[in-house]
Design a protein around this ligand. Structure first.
Ligand SMILES: O=c1ccn([C@@H]2O[C@H](COP(=O)(O)OP(=O)(O)O[C@H]3O[C@H](CO)[C@@H](O)[C@H](O)[C@H]3O)[C@@H](O)[C@H]2O)c(=O)[nH]1
Length: 186
């Protein structure tokens, strides 16, 4: 629809930014993810296990047609995503272009578990379960077009993302529910 709009009216300019699984937190520990209820996504679930709020992680599937049998995903540092290319979104551009914003690195569930255990020094027990309906085996970005055209690049650092999430989690065990943070208002 966006491409059709641009084709129909040459004054339109549309940049489509496709982002992959954003995780992480602000390095200050003041901003992070705070899903309500029991999370569906991997990183917030891992934090619930590491903090003892859930007994163990269920790893969905170890029989995918990949080297280790596990599904692979891209995990993009949320802070890099917040610095998505502003210049190219401003004046002068017409037409429609889509860009993948990602690191181009695929990570398995158990690689994530291992990285989180190291960053937090907390155990993350898990069980291997059946596949989750609807999951694909592999999903990660080819960010080369964004790197070339937009000069936008996200560095992959699983250790940093896990460390930032753990800092946020330990500083805010109840997420945002304890009220507006004075430090954020300064
Ligand atoms: O308790 C869990 C949660 C997730 N996973 C696995 O961890 C990986 C990542 O899962 P998740 O964090 O849910 O991300 P995605 O599966 O990539 O799903 C994301 O990307 C999809 C489309 O790309 C969107 O539809 C979803 O809303 C969004 O969460 C997958 O292999 C899951 O099977 C587990 O093993 N156990």
């Amino acid at each position: 629809m966006l491409r059709d709009t641009c084709a129909a009216d040459e004054e339109w300019g549309v940049v489509i930014l496709r982002y992959f699984n954003p995780i992480g937190a602000h390095p200050s520990g003041l901003l992070g993810e705070d899903p309500k209820g029991i999370p569906n996504n991997l990183m917030p679930y891992i934090t619930r296990v590491a903090t003892g709020k859930q007994p163990h992680l269920k790893v969905f599937g170890n029989d995918y047609p990949t080297r280790m049998g596990e599904a692979r995903r891209e995990y993009l540092p949320a802070m890099h995503l917040s610095r998505a290319p502003p210049d190219q979104l401003s004046s002068g551009f017409t037409g429609a272009e889509a860009y993948n914003l990602g690191t181009g690195v695929g990570v398995t569930v158990l690689e994530m578990v291992e990285a989180f255990q190291q960053a937090s020094s907390s155990p993350v027990p898990y069980t291997i379960e059946g596949r989750r309906p609807g999951d694909v085996a592999i999903c990660y970005a080819d960010p080369s077009k964004a790197q070339g055209d937009l000069k936008w690049r996200a560095e992959h650092s699983l250790a940093d993302m896990c460390r930032d999430v753990w800092r946020w989690t330990t500083k805010n065990p109840d997420g945002y529910s304890t009220g507006v943070k004075e430090e954020l208002l300064r």
